[in-house]
Design a protein around this ligand. Structure first.
Ligand SMILES: Cc1ncc(C[n+]2csc(CCOP(=O)(O)OP(=O)(O)O)c2C)c(N)n1
Ligand SMILES: [Mg+2]
Length: 786
C-alpha cells in the first residue's frame, strides 16, 4: 500500500516514517562522504571526494520514490552525484552492507557513481557521464514498448516506469535533446524525468529563464510538465495577508540572490524581506511569527524538499504519458553550504559535521545506525521498511534462456564482394533460413540503414512502429527497392541521425534480457568514422555490460572517392582498447559469416561482450574454400595463415581487412626472391592481443592454458624474422605483434587524415599498397639480411 491508498491516520504515520527516513538518508549520505574523506585512513594523498550538496538537494525526491512510489518493475537512472543517497536507501532497505558504505569510493566499496556492474545493490542504469543516464531511460522505455508489443515477456513485467533523476545542468548536454526528439517520434510511454532543479551546476548558477524554456520544450514534445515550486509551508504562508506579495517576490528573485540568501540564512532573509516588502501589509507579522531558523525553513521550503508535495505530484500521475517533473530544490539543503555557488564538491569540515551530527541527534558510535536520532520508534520504522512496495521479493534482474545459434550459415558468396555486402546478405539469409533466431534480432541504424546494407533485412522483417503506417511509395508502386511498411511487428528501429542515440539505444536493447526478461539480439549499423561521435555512449553501453553487435561500415580509406571526412583512421584502436567490446575486421565474407555466427552466441554468454565489426565497402575476390572446425576456430581466435610460412622463415606479411588484396600481391612478388615467407590474415587484433596479454598475466579466458594463439602462429618463423603488418587503419593496431616473440615489425597503416581518390591512388599515397609492403619487406631484410 502507498500513501495514496491509506486512511488519514495511516497517511500521517506513514508520512512521519517517511520524514524520519528522509532525515536518515540525508545523514547517511553526508556521513558516508565525510567518513571516506576524514576518518578512513588515506594512503596516497589523493582527494576522495563526494558531493554532499548534490546529495542533499535530491534526498526528499529519492526518499519519496524509493520508500513509497516505486514498484519493483520500475527502473531508475539516479543522477551520478547522488550515488551516496542511492546506497543509503538500499542500506535502509537491507540491500546494501555497512561495509560497502564504509568503503564508499574505496576498492570494493560502494562506487563513486551508481554502477550496474560494479555495485552490488541493484543499480538499474549506470550514470556518471552526465546526460547519458537520462537518455538511457527513454530508450529503455522504447525497448519496453518493443518487447511488450512483440509479446516477448510476461505482461506483469512490462508496466514499469523508466525514471531519470536528473541534475538540472544535465540539460546542457545535447544528447538529452536528441533522445527527447527520438522518443517523441517513437511515441514512447511510461517515462518520467524528474529534474532536481537546484539551479546550480558545478561551476555556475543556472540561467534564470531556463525553467521556462525547459517546460516549453517538453510541452512542445507532448510531455506533461509538473512543476513543484513551493512546499506546503510556503503555500500556507501565501494564503495569509501579504502572501501574494511574498510569492511574487520569490518568483522574481534572481537565482543567484536566492541561492545567496539560502546560504546566509534566517537573519539575511529577514533583512532582505524587510527591505523589499517591509511596507506590504502582513509582512511584518509573518516575519515576527518566525524566528531565524523557522524563516530559513520557510524560505527554503521549495517543492522538491517538501515530502507531501512530492508525494502528491508523483501519485497524481495515473497514466503512461511521459511526464517531466521540475522540482525546485536548494543545493546543499540543510547543510552549512546551502545555496553557496562553490558548494558542488564542497565537503563539510569536521567541526561542521559535529554540529550537524548534534542537530541530527546521532550519539557517538551510532553513526551507521539505521534508526538513531529519529522520532519514530525503531520497530515502527523497521515494519515500515519491510512493507515498502519497491522492496517486496521480486526478481529485478531476470535470467533469460539463451537462444541457440546454428553451427554454420550456409551462405552463397559471390565471386567478388565486400564484407559490407556480405553482412547484408548474411542478415537476409538469417531472415530467410533461421526464423526463430531472426525473430529475436532487432536492427537499428541512425539514418544509414540502406547505405550500410540492411535493406534486404528490412524488406523481409519490416520497420517497427507503435502504430501501423504504410509505405506510401511502395503502395503507390513508385519505383523503390525498399518496402518500409511500419508496424508493431517490424524488427528494424529507424533512428534519426544521432550516433549517441544509436549507442544508448543499443545499450538499452542489450540489457533487455536482464531488465525485461526478453532476450533480444540487437544489431546496429553506422558509418565507421562516426563511432567517434557516439564514443562516450558506446563506452557507457559497454560499462553496463550491454550486449549487442555493431557494424561500422564503410571503414577506412578504402571508402575511397567518398571523401576524407568519412574515412575512419583510429577505429581499429578503439576496437583494440575498448573494454566490454570485442572487435573483428574480417577480410573475407566466409570469415565474416563465422564471426557473425559466433557473435550471436557471444553476446548471450555469461562472460560475453558486445561485438564490433569493422566492415569495408571494397569489393574483393572471395576464396571458395571448405573449412575445418579448427580453421573456423582460428578465424574466431583472431588470425590464420592464408599461406603458411616454411619453418624458420625470415619474413611474414600480416594483414587485416581489405588490404589482403595488396598483401597477396606483395607476397607473390617477394616470394620470387625469398621463398617460404608466410601470409597471416588477422581477423581480430583485439582477440589476439587479449589472449596474449591474458597469457602473460596468467588470466586466460575460458580457462584456456598453454601458449597464446598468436604465439603458436608465429612459432614457425625464425626468431629474427621480420613482420610487415598492414591494415587500412592506424598501424599501432598491429605493431605490438613484434613484442610477442621479439621479432622486428614494419607497421604499415593510415595515420593521417584521408582524402578523396580511388583505391590505387589512396593506398599509394598512404603507403598501404603492394609497393609499400614490398618496400617494407626489403627494409626489414636489409636490416637483417636473409
Ligand atoms: C559528460 C560530463 N561532463 C562533465 C562532468 C563533470 N560534472 C560532474 S557534475 C557536473 C555538474 C552537474 O550539475 P547538475 O547536473 O545540476 O547536478 P547537481 O547540481 O544536482 O549536483 C559536472 C559538470 C561529468 N560528470 N560528465
Ligand atoms: Mg544542479
Amino acid at each position: 500500500m502507498t500513501t495514496s491508498q491509506m486512511t488519514p491516520t495511516a497517511v500521517r504515520r506513514s508520512i512521519e516514517s517517511l520524514r524520519a527516513l528522509e532525515d536518515k538518508v540525508l545523514w547517511l549520505s553526508v556521513w558516508m562522504i565525510h567518513y571516506a574523506n576524514h576518518i578512513r585512513p588515506a594512503r596516497d594523498g589523493l582527494k576522495v571526494g563526494g558531493h554532499q550538496a548534490s546529495c542533499s538537494s535530491i534526498t526528499t525526491l529519492m526518499a519519496a520514490l524509493y520508500f513509497d512510489v516505486l514498484r519493483p518493475w520500475d527502473r531508475v537512472a539516479v543522477k551520478p552525484h547522488a550515488s551516496p543517497v542511492f546506497h543509503a536507501i538500499q542500506y535502509l532497505l537491507g540491500q546494501q552492507t555497512r561495509d560497502k558504505l564504509e568503503r564508499f569510493r574505496g576498492f570494493g566499496g560502494a562506487q563513486a557513481y551508481p554502477s550496474r556492474t560494479k555495485d552490488g545493490d541493484d543499480v538499474d542504469f549506470s550514470t556518471g557521464s552526465v546526460g547519458l543516464g537520462v537518455a538511457m531511460t527513454s530508450f529503455a522505455a522504447l525497448v519496453q514498448d518493443y518487447v511488450r508489443l512483440r509479446d516477448f515477456a510476461d505482461d506483469g513485467m512490462l508496466r514499469g516506469r523508466m525514471i531519470a533523476l536528473a541534475g538540472d545542468a544535465e540539460f546542457d548536454e545535447g544528447n538529452i535533446f536528441e533522445a527527447l526528439l527520438e522518443s517523441w517520434k517513437h511515441k514512447v510511454t511510461n517515462l518520467w524525468w524528474i529534474i532536481d532543479y537546484n539551479r546550480q551546476s558545478l561551476d555556475a548558477i543556472v540561467e534564470d529563464r531556463f525553467h521556462l524554456r525547459l517546460g516549453t520544450i517538453f510541452r512542445d514534445l507532448e510531455w506533461r510538465v509538473v512543476t513543484l515550486k513551493y512546499g506546503k509551508l510556503l503555500e500556507r504562508a501565501f494564503e495569509h495577508r501579504g502572501g501574494d506579495s511574498l510569492r511574487r517576490w520569490i518568483d522574481e528573485c534572481p537565482n543567484p540572490s536566492y541561492s545567496a540568501l539560502a546560504y546566509r540564512g534566517g537573519a539575511a532573509w529577514r533583512q532582505q524581506l524587510l527591505d523589499d516588502l517591509g511596507d506590504t501589509s502582513g509582512m511584518r507579522e509573518l516575519l515576527d511569527d518566525h524566528d531565524d531558523d523557522e524563516l530559513q525553513r520557510l524560505m527554503t521550503n521549495l517543492g522538491g524538499h517538501d515530502l507531501e508535495s512530492v508525494l502528491e505530484a508523483f501519485h497524481g500521475i495515473n497514466d503512461d504519458r511521459p511526464t517531466c517533473f521540475i522540482a525546485y530544490t536548494i543545493k546543499g539543503y540543510r547543510l552549512p553550504f546551502a545555496g553557496h555557488k562553490d558548494n558542488h564538491a564542497g565537503l563539510m569540515t569536521p567541526e561542521q559535521m559535529q554540529t550537524f551530527k548534534r542537530a541530527m541527534r546521532i550519539p557517538d558510535g551510532a553513526e551507521w545506525d539505521r534508526f538513531a536520532g529519529l522520532d519514530v520508534p525503531a520497530d515502527e520504522l523497521s515494519a515500515f521498511l519491510d512493507a515498502v512496495p519497491f522492496n517486496q521479493p521480486q526478481q529485478r534482474r531476470h535470467r533469460t534462456p539463451r537462444l541457440s545459434v546454428p553451427d554454420t550459415f550456409q551462405l552463397q558468396i559471390a565471386e567478388r564482394m565486400s564484407t559490407q555486402a556480405g553482412f547484408g546478405r548474411l542478415l537476409a539469409h538469417i531472415a530467410r533460413q533461421h526464423a526463430s533466431l531472426a525473430d529475436r534480432i532487432v536492427t537499428t541504424s541512425p539514418d544509414v540503414t540502406v547505405s550500410t546494407n540492411l535493406g534486404a533485412w528490412v524488406n523481409r522483417r519490416g520497420v517497427f512502429a507503435n502504430s501501423e503506417r504504410t509505405d506510401v511509395f511502395h503502395e503507390g508502386r513508385a519505383l523503390s527497392a525498399q518496402d518500409w511498411t511500419m508496424s508493431q511487428d517490424g524488427q528494424h528501429v529507424e533512428l534519426g541521425i544521432a550516433e549517441n542515440n544509436l549507442f544508448i539505444f543499443l545499450a538499452a536493447l542489450g540489457l533487455s534480457a536482464s531488465l525485461f526478461g526478453a532476450r533480444l539480439l540487437p544489431i546496429g549499423t553506422l558509418y565507421d568514422p562516426f563511432i567517434c561521435r557516439g564514443l562516450d555512449a558506446l563506452n557507457y553501453a559497454c560499462y553496463q555490460d550491454a550486449r549487442f553487435i555493431v557494424a561500422g561500415t564503410p571503414a577506412g580509406i578504402s571508402l575511397a572517392p567518398e571523401g576524407g571526412a568519412h574515412q575512419s583512421v583510429i577505429t581499429p584502436l578503439i576496437g583494440l582498447g575498448q573494454p566490454g567490446l570485442i572487435s573483428f575486421e574480417p577480410a573475407y565474407v566466409d570469415d565474416l559469416a563465422e564471426i557473425l555466427r559466433w557473435s550471436l552466441a557471444h553476446i548471450q554468454a555469461e562472460d560475453g561482450e558486445a561485438v564490433y565489426l569493422r566492415l569495408s565497402t571494397r569489393p574483393i575476390s572471395q576464396p571458395n574454400r571448405a573449412r575445418s572446425v579448427e580453421a573456423r576456430a582460428e578465424v574466431i581466435n583472431g588470425a590464420y595463415w592464408m599461406i603458411p610460412p616454411e619453418p624458420e622463415a625470415s619474413l611474414a606479411i600480416v594483414c587485416c581487412g581489405p588490404v589482403v588484396v595488396e598483401a597477396i600481391e606483395a607476397h607473390q612478388q617477394i616470394s620470387e626472391d625469398i621463398p617460404g615467407i608466410g601470409l597471416l590474415i588477422v581477423t581480430s587484433p583485439a582477440r589476439l592481443q587479449r589472449d596474449w596479454m591474458g597469457q602473460q598475466f596468467g588470466r586466460r579466458e575460458h580457462g584456456v592454458r598453454g601458449p597464446a594463439h598468436i604465439e603458436c602462429l608465429l612459432e614457425p618463423l625464425a626468431r629474427s624474422a621480420g613482420l610487415v603488418t598492414v591494415l587500412d587503419g592506424h598501424p599501432a593496431a598491429l605493431s605490438w605483434l613484434g613484442a610477442v616473440r621479439g621479432q622486428r615489425v614494419f607497421p604499415l597503416g593510415v595515420s593521417g587524415f584521408g582524402q578523396s581518390g580511388d583505391v590505387p591512388d589512396l593506398y599509394s599515397a598512404y603507403r598501404i599498397d603492394t609497393d609499400a609492403i614490398v618496400d617494407a619487406a626489403a627494409r626489414l631484410c636489409v636490416a637483417h639480411p636473409v
